[in-house]
Design a protein around this ligand. Structure first.
Ligand SMILES: Nc1ncnc2c1ncn2[C@@H]1O[C@H](COP(=O)(O)OP(=O)(O)O)[C@@H](O)[C@H]1O
Ligand SMILES: [Mg+2]
Length: 247
């Protein structure tokens, strides 16, 4: 009652709700804090990067570029909760990923993320169709109409009953892309998703990824060697000399 007599009551209310909306827009999907990664190889420790700080924000598209062997795939595996950093923290929203119990980590990976792997990683004992539908069936976001559209767009309809081992590299890559899109993640990580594709299919795939980013507000992180691909994404990050910088 006291509040309602306050002439600023309505405005405060509006102010609070606007501030909440702005905060929601700004808050990250995934945040990396002081990330360090060292591999202990036979020839000694290999420090890939140190003290990396990065936020991947809602609805935003990112390119990650850098020379071969610099650690791009490793950084993507760390940001997606697949690989543990040597030190530093990975937050999914407000949750400290490596502080959670394993079952909750799995749930976050399943519901929030999807990855198009550089080596595709299709499951060999499942057909192409089963591979595409797998994550979306487990995370309960399966939608037949939507998946059929993706299959149609990627021109892989005739491959659905095949085994992954019978597919060419480019075909496996398109199936891996379909699987990731079908899962409707909050954040989609794509490790050189056009690496095995010809120019025409590369353009098609990039347009599909951008469309998903716009239509479903999916955060997009794309590792690429192509400056042309990078130029189509909103933020370009470069991994160089063990640091990430905006280009
Ligand atoms: N599990 C591992 N054990 C030891 N070294 C690794 C491991 N994974 C990757 N590396 C090394 O780390 C470096 C970076 O690898 P990667 O992240 O695949 O680079 P990029 O994707 O930029 O080409 C490479 O020299 C690679 O050999
Ligand atoms: Mg790589």
């Amino acid at each position: 009652m006291k509040d309602q007599q306050d002439p600023l009551f309505v405005r405060r209310d509006v102010f609070t709700s606007t501030r909440k909306k702005i905060e929601a827009m700004q808050s990250h999907i995934v945040k990396l804090t002081n990330i360090t990664k060292t591999f202990f190889t036979k020839s000694g420790p290999l420090e890939l990067f140190s003290n990396i700080n990065l936020s991947f924000n809602p609805s935003t598209s990112y390119a990650l570029i850098g020379e071969s062997g610099v650690g791009k795939s490793t950084l993507l595996h760390i940001a997606s909760g697949l690989e543990k950093p040597f030190s530093g923290e990975v937050h999914f929203g407000e949750q400290n990923f490596w502080g959670l119990k394993a079952s909750n980590q799995s749930l976050l990976r399943l519901n929030d993320t999807a990855i198009i792997f550089q080596q595709y990683n299709l499951i060999p004992c499942l057909s192409v169709r089963e591979n595409i539908e797998f994550q979306s069936r487990v995370n309960k976001k399966h939608n037949t109409e939507y998946i059929n559209e993706i299959i149609e767009d990627l021109k892989i309809s005739r491959l659905l009953e095949e085994w992954p081992e019978n597919l060419s590299g480019g075909e496996q890559q398109r199936v891996a892309i379909a699987r990731a899109l079908a899962a409707k993640p909050k954040i989609l990580f794509a490790d050189e998703p056009t690496g095995s594709l010809d120019e025409k299919n590369s353009k098609l795939v990039l347009d599909m990824l951008l469309n998903i980013n716009r239509k479903y507000k999916t955060t997009l992180v794309v590792i690429t060697h192509s400056l042309n691909v990078a130029s189509k994404l909103e933020v370009c990050l470069e991994l160089k000399s063990r640091k990430v910088a905006k280009r």
